[in-house]
Structure formats: structure tokens, C-alpha cells
Design a protein around this ligand. Structure first.
Ligand code: ACO
Length: 428
């Protein structure tokens, strides 16, 4: 008879049983500690895509996919997205607490002071061909930061890695804006220290020398909300990449640069761009029924982009918040939101939410269904959508890097089920 807080595994080949302890978290499912599995049974466990594996202990983000719940360090996402600003969330992720008013101002000032990039780095942007994808430039440039800011690279010193953290969060928007402007042959615009962190992003993307840029508060709020909602999402593909790189004792510049690569794919950071492309293809409300039928047809690979989620099975709490923001943006009459695409999106949502196929499979609009339309209304081109995601996710990735460091975690080194050839006899 096994202990209450353990799982017993019996090897039916020889009848031997082994116990594995159950570890409980604060909330959410417990885990079975199988770290001695190989030692005891001489076998590895197999979990393709790691869907049943907790790869680490973490105190940063909690998700309950059934209840549609998302919290950063114990704060519900709707509180952070509606009552706080992105700088508060970044502070919360990095320093484990929401800032006081003074701490917020000090943190924002620290980010402002670090928002410029070394002038020598400008040559890097020049080296890329026209139309280079901004994600490629961003990944290269974040890694390059380590060569220009080599004064604080000690990964074992908290003051040095906090310096790297602030530099990355502050400089990524500037690099992002520069990479966009270079890719379009536009003059680069330096950060404006009179503007806030999020305001500066829109300013650097839109401005022209000597031209006045007037940003509406709702535009800044919309982007701020998108960044807050993307700031962390526990152990997804890019965060797992960041933690894997961090586990080798590589500095945050290297880890974040690798995370950008992982985020680039259409199954991850590229999803909202796919939503817009799909809405453009559908083109008109009268085509919606046809495309819904395609999505339901098992012989057709077509899927409704922006619907369904691997973790959220009832609703995506981030989607509800963004839907509200999209509606607020639409009310501001002189903000150009593509009304035809919104009509198509609304029709899809209305039809799918009433359809048995989608109801039975718990398929609801996810964050990407709304974020693409908002970014478009803010005048941000499609190939910059994933870059905006990076700006939002940077504090989360770095918080995960720091946590791994504080836990002194071992290098990540999974094993495999080898299915290649047995030893072949070479011909000499
Ligand atoms: N359109 C039509 N059918 C769908 C969709 C969809 N968008 N999503 C899932 N289904 C169906 C599947 O065909 C399957 O049907 P079946 O049970 O009859 O075989 C069932 O729903 C379950 O689908 P899975 O792929 O097993 O669900 P999973 O949880 O693995 O996938 C995923 C989640 C990848 C997000 C999926 O819903 C999808 O492809 N959605 C569209 C792409 C998208 O919006 N991605 C962004 C996700 S959010 C983010 O990454 C930030």
C-alpha cells in the first residue's frame, strides 16, 4: 500500500513497485516528482510536447484554463489591465511587488534613461537588406546589446542582471521602432523623454522629423493593455526557450534573443497576424457562413484563426478585455479601424458562438482574435505584430530568467526515445 502523498508505479514486467512523491503547489494541479524515475526503473518518461509535464516550479504566473483565470504574482489580469499601467506590471514581474507611486515614477525614469541605444549599433541596422523582417533584426540586435553594454554582464551578480533586465526592457521598443523604420527606409526617430514608455512606442513608429504627433489617450491605453496582457503566460514555448538558455548560465540578452526566435512562429507570436490575413481573405460578411463550414469540415485543413486555445477551455480572459478596448477605439470616430474587417470578425464570432461544433469543442475567441484589429487601428503594420508581443513579453521572460537563477536550477537536459538505426557496420 503506497503513502497518501505519492503515486505508485508498478513495472508489470517484473511486478516491482516504486513510489513517487506528490508535490502540492499553492493552487492548481499537484505534480508527481519523477526525478528518480530513471534511477529506479531504468526508463525515461515520454511526454511529446510536454503537455503533462511541469518543467519547473514558478511563483510568477498562474493559469486556470477551465475557469479562464490568469494571474501575475497573485493579481488577476483584469485588475492589472484595467486599473494599472504596463510599467506597474513590469515592476511586479521584476521586483515581485506592485510599485508605490514613487517607485513607479523612479522605475519609469530608469527605463527612460536606458531607452537610447549606443550610436555604434546604428551600423547594425544598416547591414540588413530592405524589407528585412523586424523580428530578425530585433533578435540580432538584442543579442548585440551584450557587445555594446559589456560593463554589466555578470550573471551571478543580482545588481548586474537587474541592470541587464532594465536595459532590455527599455531598449527593445527603440530597437523595434528602428528596425521597422529601417525596413521601410524611413528616417529613424529617437525616444522622446517627455513621453511615457508606451506613448513613446507609438511616437517612434509614427513620427517624422519636425512633425507634431498627437496621440489620443485611448490609443496609448489600447497599446498599454495589449502589452500588459502579453507580459507573461507561464511555461509557453518562448518562455521555455528563455529558461532553457538561462539554465546554461547565458546572460539575459542571449536568452531573450532566443525567446524572440521561438515567438516568431505562426503557432505562437504570429497568430494575430494570421487572424488579420484570414479576415482579409474572407473579405465580406456574406462569405462568413462558407468559411465557418470549411472550419467544421474534417476533410478541410482550414481552421478559424483566433479561435480555440491549448490551455483556456472556457474563455480567454484576455480576449474579453481586448474586445472592450476594441469597442472603445471604435467609438473614437477619427481612429481608423477597418470597419469591414470588424463586421466580418463580429459575424464570425456571432455565428461560431451559436454553432454546435464550436460549443461542443469549447472553441471561443482568443486574445489574437482581437489584438490584430486593435494593432491595425493603431496604425501598426502586420509584420510588427509579433514585435509588439516581444515588447510586452520581455518583463515576463526576464522575470523567468531571474527566478531560474534564484532557484539555482540545473541545466535543462531532457532525454529522448531513440528510434534511429541500431549500430551499423561501417565498410572500411
Ligand atoms: N477552427 C476549427 N476547429 C478547431 C479550431 C479552430 N480554430 N481549433 C480547434 N478545433 C477543433 C479541432 O479540429 C478538434 O476537433 P475534433 O475534436 O473534431 O478533432 C478540436 O477542436 C480540438 O482541437 P485541438 O487542435 O486538439 O485543440 P488544441 O487545444 O490542441 O489546439 C489551438 C489549440 C492550436 C490554439 C487550436 O484551437 C487552433 O489551431 N486555433 C487556431 C489558431 C489560433 O488562433 N492560435 C492562437 C492561439 S492563442 C496564442 O497562442 C497566443
Amino acid at each position: 500500500m503506497g503513502q497518501k502523498n505519492s503515486v505508485t508505479v508498478t513495472d508489470n514486467r517484473n511486478g516491482k513497485s516504486y513510489e513517487f512523491p506528490i508535490l502540492d503547489g499553492t493552487i492548481g494541479p499537484s505534480v508527481v516528482d519523477i526525478s528518480s524515475f530513471y534511477k529506479n526503473l531504468g526508463m525515461f518518461t515520454f511526454d511529446n510536447g510536454l503537455t503533462s509535464t511541469a518543467s519547473c516550479q514558478s511563483a510568477i504566473t498562474y493559469i486556470d484554463g477551465e475557469k479562464g483565470k490568469l494571474m501575475y504574482r497573485g493579481y488577476d489580469i483584469s485588475y492589472l489591465a484595467t486599473q494599472k499601467i504596463f510599467a506597474d506590471t513590469a515592476h511586479l514581474l521584476l521586483y515581485k511587488k506592485l510599485p508605490t507611486d514613487e517607485e513607479r515614477e523612479a522605475f519609469r525614469l530608469e527605463l527612460k534613461r536606458r531607452s537610447f541605444i549606443h550610436e555604434g549599433m546604428i551600423k547594425l541596422f544598416d547591414a540588413f537588406p530592405d524589407n528585412a523582417h523586424p523580428m530578425a533584426i530585433l533578435s540580432a540586435a538584442v543579442s548585440t546589446l551584450s557587445t555594446f553594454y559589456f560593463d554589466h554582464l555578470d550573471v551571478d551578480s543580482p545588481s548586474e542582471y537587474m541592470e541587464m533586465a532594465k536595459r532590455i526592457i527599455a531598449k527593445i521598443p527603440t530597437i523595434a521602432a528602428f528596425s521597422y523604420r529601417y525596413s521601410r527606409g524611413l528616417p529613424i526617430i529617437y525616444p522622446n523623454l517627455d513621453r511615457g514608455f508606451v506613448e513613446n512606442i507609438l511616437y517612434m513608429l509614427r513620427a517624422f522629423p519636425y512633425d507634431h504627433v498627437n496621440l489620443k489617450p485611448i490609443e496609448v491605453k489600447a497599446l498599454d493593455t495589449i502589452l500588459t496582457l502579453h507580459a507573461d503566460h507561464e511555461q509557453n514555448a518562448s518562455t521555455t526557450t528563455v529558461r532553457t538558455v538561462a539554465s546554461t548560465h547565458a546572460h539575459p540578452y542571449a536568452a531573450v534573443s532566443a525567446g524572440i526566435g521561438a515567438l516568431w512562429g505562426r503557432a505562437h507570436g504570429g497568430a494575430n497576424e494570421s487572424v488579420i490575413r484570414q479576415l482579409e481573405v474572407i473579405g465580406d460578411v456574406k462569405n462568413v457562413e462558407k468559411y465557418i463550414a470549411k472550419a467544421k469540415d474534417k476533410n478541410d485543413p482550414f481552421r478559424l484563426m483566433g479561435f480555440g486555445h491549448r490551455v483556456y477551455k472556457n474563455f480567454d480572459p484576455r480576449a474579453a478585455i481586448l474586445k472592450n478596448i476594441r469597442d472603445q477605439l471604435m467609438k473614437e470616430s477619427d481612429i481608423k479601424i477597418d470597419e469591414n474587417l470588424v463586421e466580418v470578425a463580429n459575424k464570425i464570432e456571432e455565428t461560431a458562438l451559436k454553432d454546435e461544433y464550436f460549443i461542443k469543442r469549447n472553441l471561443y475567441p482568443n486574445i489574437d482574435f482581437y489584438s490584430g484589429l486593435i494593432l491595425r487601428a493603431l496604425g501598426i503594420p502586420k509584420d510588427m505584430f509579433a514585435v509588439i508581443f516581444v515588447i510586452g513579453r520581455a518583463p515576463g521572460w526576464i522575470a523567468q530568467w531571474i527566478e531560474l537563477k534564484e532557484h539555482n536550477e540545473r541545466i535543462t537536459r531532457p532525454r529522448q526515445l531513440y528510434v534511429g538505426p541500431e549500430e551499423r557496420t561501417p565498410k572500411y
